[in-house]
Design a protein around this ligand. Structure first.
Ligand SMILES: *[C@@H]1O[C@H](CO)[C@@H](O)[C@H](O)[C@H]1NC(C)=O
Ligand SMILES: *[C@@H]1O[C@H](CO)[C@@H](O)[C@H](O)[C@H]1NC(C)=O
Ligand SMILES: *[C@@H]1O[C@H](CO)[C@@H](O)[C@H](O)[C@H]1NC(C)=O
Ligand SMILES: *[C@@H]1O[C@H](CO)[C@@H](O)[C@H](O)[C@H]1NC(C)=O
Length: 428
């Protein structure tokens, strides 16, 4: 089993930065032992309960109804197609009754009239298409075994239907003969106003979170969120898979920058960053590298250094790879050749460089693993499982809780791939 050995045994010198067992033969065999233990755990699970990888409790997740925002029409806070925006609300209980966790849904962006128009006919552009109920899993779970610190909080999942990370605002709705509402910023405000009236205003503790395009929105709205809750004891933000990098793709083009430039101009997102756009181009201001510089509220950065979505869409988008050399690597990191792995390591280095200032901020948290995945807080297997997705033997749920409740300073940075034997590398 040479391939298996290579996958599980840390080879890089740098692996040590992620595993606290340092030096000597005993520690090496401890790592090896854990790796084998994890490996047999994986095999055991695969063979015994294929449908519930990593489950700590076999209960089904709770299904939560969609609520449409009442006064949204008067406020002009509408989805791309002009329908009302919506959210799913699950009431808190016991010690969590006065605490609120708000999750901003992700789902990419649209960057021109054609792609925004197509989006009107999907759940990401119209509440008429949205599921009436969604399961609450991972950080949204109401079960303590899946979600130890936040299970009993009030929880809200805000649906994403504006195409620009809850940040666009254009008055005009007729765009070259197409009707489109670019109103993400108004949706953010309208949902917050409704939640404030329904109990958020008296929250003791609050956490704004979100994944992917919702993770980017979390960075963008973090200080706004804090400002809405002047009487709360603790307000913090956790952005999952939202640290998009302004790097060149494999053909040398700044394709993500160009894409963001389109999004920002189409939906007039620059208004969100008045200080930034006076210093640099508006597209640059839409990257977390810049946004985080001006956030004063404590933030937890949860991101894979090998973010599967970014590898597919930022680093090696289709047109940057006309001969399809990256096709299998993009789907399965185990199929990447050594040159591709080197390029992925460069991507990782760019992320670590962008967050280097954050490492010195005492009240900020970091969990940067090297697992080939995208959103990690919404799936029970990546959020809190006895086997997977750990750094220093702490799950993402434990690390987020430790940071939120000030139980320890959390600055977890994994060694490079394939150091971490607990990784789920399934690309989702
Ligand atoms: C699963 O969680 C529920 C709710 O917390 C609990 O009542 C039940 O006993 C748990 N089941 C197992 C098998 O742990
Ligand atoms: C945990 O995740 C598995 C796989 O996605 C899913 O089948 C199961 O319903 C989830 N359980 C809970 C309680 O979220
Ligand atoms: C609308 O059409 C004009 C003229 O064809 C074009 O210059 C402009 O870029 C279009 N606007 C958008 C947002 O596509
Ligand atoms: C890792 O943590 C689990 C509890 O989550 C514990 O049972 C296990 O012994 C720990 N392993 C190591 C190597 O510390």
């Amino acid at each position: 089993m040479r391939a298996g050995e290579e996958m599980l045994v840390p080879e890089h010198q740098n692996c040590r930065q992620s595993w606290r067992w340092r030096g000597g033969r005993a520690t090496t065999s401890a790592v090896l032992g854990l790796a084998l233990l994890v490996f047999s755990g994986v095999m055991f699970l695969r063979f015994t309960s294929p449908s519930q990888d990593g489950a700590l409790n076999s209960s089904d997740p709770v299904l939560v109804d969609l609520t449409l925002v009442k006064n949204a029409k008067e406020k002009g806070a509408l989805c791309l197609d002009g329908t009302l925006p919506g959210y799913h609300f699950l009431k808190g209980f016991d010690s969590g009754a006065d605490n609120w966790l708000i999750h901003l849904e992700g789902g990419g962006w649209c960057h021109d009239l054609e792609s925004c128009n197509a989006r009107k006919y999907t759940v990401y552009g119209s509440s008429s298409r949205m599921e009436r109920q969604v399961p609450f899993t991972g950080i949204l779970s109401n079960l303590p075994s899946y979600n130890p610190d936040f299970f009993n909080w009030n929880k809200v999942k805000i649906r994403y239907c504006d195409g620009a990370s809850f940040s666009g605002d254009v008055e005009e709705t007729e765009q070259n003969g197409t009707t489109l509402y670019f109103r993400g910023e108004r949706i953010w405000k309208a949902v917050m106003e409704e939640l404030l009236l329904n109990g958020l205003a008296t929250a003791k503790k609050a956490l704004l979170t979100g994944c992917s395009a919702g993770g980017l929105a979390t960075y963008i709205h973090c200080d706004d969120f804090k400002a809405l809750l002047p009487n709360a004891e603790t307000v913090k933000c956790m952005a999952d898979g939202g640290f998009f990098l302004d790097v060149k793709d494999i053909s040398g083009k700044s394709s993500m920058h160009d894409f963001y430039s389109d999004v920002v101009h189409l939906q007039d997102v620059g208004k969100m960053f008045p200080n930034c756009i006076s210093r640099m181009d508006a597209a640059k201001c839409f990257f977390p590298e810049e946004i985080t510089k001006s956030i004063s509220t404590p933030v937890f950065i949860l991101n894979s250094a090998y973010d599967a979505w970014q590898v597919k869409n930022v680093l090696a988008p289709g047109y940057s790879d006309p001969s399809n050399l990256w096709a299998s690597c993009k789907l399965d990191i185990k199929k990447c050749n050594p040159i591709q792995i080197k390029i992925l390591e460069g991507f990782r280095a760019a992320l670590l460089d962008d967050i280097s200032d954050v490492k010195t901020k005492k009240d900020w948290g970091i969990f940067v693993d090297s697992c080939f995945v995208h959103c990690q807080s919404l799936r029970n297997i990546t959020w809190h499982s006895p086997y997977y997705q750990r750094i220093n033997n702490k799950t993402i749920a434990e690390s987020t809780g430790d940071w939120y409740f000030d139980r320890r300073e959390v600055k977890e940075i994994d060694g490079p791939y394939p150091c971490n034997p607990t990784c789920v590398n399934d690309g989702f």
